[in-house]
Design a protein around this ligand. Structure first.
Ligand code: SF4
Length: 148
């Protein structure tokens, strides 16, 4: 469960930088992500959510898998942009595997080429809300079971 401020790790698996610029914009004071406790993690060991941008290239696939393994549980993966979702127009390229979910489980897909910063932030906040609601449901079910 993510009961504290979620820290994001941003990883570019082969983006044109369009999605990266929008992710960084979403993290600026203009959109004020810290009001939701969202901030950038310095490395995978401190991260809760991995933000993936770009088509997954053959070279970056292993690095993404390693980043995922280095990130402690519970962790979540968000694919930002059409490239990270499916490989976009690059998916049949000799050097591209496709979307991020070819190597790691993806919890949230944010479409767009690129998606807007407010759409990125709003989607992440919704993911956090659903994670917390699910955790509350599990906690409530546990309490009921203990009382019986
Ligand atoms: S989805 Fe569009 S903006 Fe984002 S990395 Fe791909 S081509 Fe660039």
């Amino acid at each position: 469960m993510l009961s504290r401020s979620p820290w994001l790790l941003h990883f570019n698996t082969g983006a044109c930088n369009g999605c990266d610029i929008e992710v960084l914009a979403a993290l600026t004071p203009l959109y004020d992500p810290e009001r939701f406790g969202i901030r950038l993690a310095p490395n995978p060991r401190h991260a809760d959510i991995i933000i993936v941008t770009g088509a997954l290239t053959k070279k970056s696939a292993e690095r993404l898998r390693r980043l995922y393994e280095q990130t402690p549980d519970p962790k979540h993966v968000v694919a930002v942009g059409t490239c990270a979702i499916s490989g976009n127009v690059f998916r049949n390229s000799y050097s591209v595997v496709g979307g991020a979910d070819n190597v790691v489980p993806v919890d949230l897909y944010i479409p767009g080429c690129p998606p807007r910063p407010d759409a990125i932030l709003q989607a992440i906040v919704r993911l956090l809300k659903s994670i917390r609601e699910e955790a509350d449901r599990i906690e409530a079910a546990k309490t009921v079971a203990e009382e019986q």
